[in-house]
Ligand binder design. Structure first.
Ligand code: PLP
Length: 403
């Protein structure tokens, strides 16, 4: 039996090598099934998932509410056309705006598209209200997606020369340096876009005074303040939206990842006064498609009813205490983050090796760079899950230091 399963995995990996375009190094396993905090591969191995589908599986894997909403909606209406309103679109837009402090929603399928939409809206605002201003200030080490414009907005050093020429009109300034931001503003600037906690950049939060300063600069010059909450939104940081930690509201906010709990969905939200698009400016075949809207509605309702933001806060603090407890025994430094968007540093060059050992021990962790481990488990994580994760991590560090 085991022999047959192994053969299936090797055959699948061979097929993958032949037919799946290479974009990333992946371990030699094939994921087959997910339930709650766990994934299983085709050899039947079980993994405790602290990557959470890359901060996506907010409700855990294969949540019942998502299954029900998708099958109910699939039996009613899968797709009408972006040219018509549909009922789930209206109902989800109403729910999302009512809980977010924003007025209007545009829907897409990925985070990059939601951010593209925010950038288009900022440029529309520049053209209508700021005499043609089009430049957008973003942060060094930021991540906003993989479309060409979002790779240009992103402040990753390694992407600087990639796929040149880049989309023009983005300036990058260091995080938490208000003077640098102020110096980058000119009469062509229409917006500032930031992640409140840089996720892919290694989990670094903006300071409160800095964010307050950005709000002031935008107000002073009539520029839009855009929060990319694609990773931080929908409970991830222990509040429904990360901006609630700061008490500072954006003009535009983007959401993705956890909003669909695995179903491809993203949103760009804004205030009524920036409802500026004209026909033809923005759209997309799948914008507001009924199936995605039903998924988003079910996910958000579940997040709110179970107060999963509250669970992220409690379990995040528990995990931080647990990780800090390991710092005296193991080479873990700089435990940081908010809610269940957490990271710690390991000695330079050891993060990938640690992750590989954890994988073998049945724990999934993510390494945004060679000396950082990021933890973004589903928001349903329990204290027992955290204890189990800490125990595997301890064993993994033991093995790493014995090498
Ligand atoms: N913005 C942030 C802050 C992200 O973390 C990501 C993805 O990691 C994106 C944008 C891009 O989202 P997607 O990969 O869904 O396009």
């Amino acid at each position: 039996m085991i022999q047959t399963e192994k053969t299936i995995t090797s055959a699948l990996l061979e097929q993958a090598e032949k037919s799946v375009l290479f974009t990333a190094k992946r371990p030699n396993l094939v994921m087959e099934r997910g339930q709650g905090m766990y994934l299983w591969d085709t050899d039947g191995n079980r993994y405790l998932d602290f990557v959470g589908g890359w901060a996506v599986a907010s409700l855990g894997h294969s949540p019942a509410v998502l299954q029900e909403a998708l099958s109910r909606q699939a039996g009613t209406l899968v797709h009408a056309s972006p040219g018509y309103f549909n009922r789930p679109m209206i109902e989800f837009a109403e729910l999302l705006t009512s809980v977010s402090g924003m007025d209007k929603a545009f829907f897409a399928s990925s985070g990059a598209e939601a951010n593209e939409s925010a950038i288009k809206l900022a440029r529309k605002h520049g053209s209508v209200n700021l005499g043609g201003a089009y430049e957008i200030i973003t942060l060094t080490n930021s991540f906003h997606g993989r479309s060409l414009a979002m790779m240009s907005a992103t402040g990753k050093e390694q992407w600087k020369e990639l796929f040149a020429p880049k989309v023009d009109g983005f300036k990058h300034v260091p995080i938490n340096d208000l003077d640098a931001c102020f110096a980058a503003v000119n009469n062509q600037t229409c917006a500032i876009m930031v992640e409140l906690v840089q996720g892919e950049g290694g989990v670094h939060a903006v300071d409160e005074a800095y964010l307050y300063g950005l709000r002031k600069i935008c107000d002073m010059y009539g520029m839009l303040l855009i929060f990319d909450e694609i990773q931080t939104g929908l409970g991830r940081t222990g509040k429904l939206f990360a901006y609630e930690h700061y008490g500072i509201q954006p003009d535009v906010m983007t959401l993705g990842k956890g909003i669909g709990a695995g179903f491809p969905l993203s949103a760009m939200l804004t205030k009524s006064k920036y409802d500026l698009f004209e026909p033809g400016d923005q759209g997309g075949t799948y914008t507001g498609a009924p199936l995605a809207m039903a998924a988003g509605h079910a996910v958000l309702t579940e997040l709110l009813e179970r107060n999963l933001a509250g669970n992220a806060d409690v379990q995040g603090k528990y995990l931080v205490r647990g990780l800090q407890g390991l710092t005296s025994e193991y080479p873990i430094t700089n435990v940081r983050g908010k809610g269940l968007l957490l990271a710690f540093d390991t000695p330079e060059g050891t993060a990938a090796e640690l992750a590989a050992i954890c994988l073998r021990m049945g724990l999934l962790i993510n390494t945004p760079n060679s000396s950082t481990v990021r933890l973004v488990p589903p928001l349903i994580v329990t204290q027992q899950d955290n204890d189990q994760m800490l125990s595997i991590l301890r064993r993994a560090f033991g093995e790493l230091s014995a090498r």
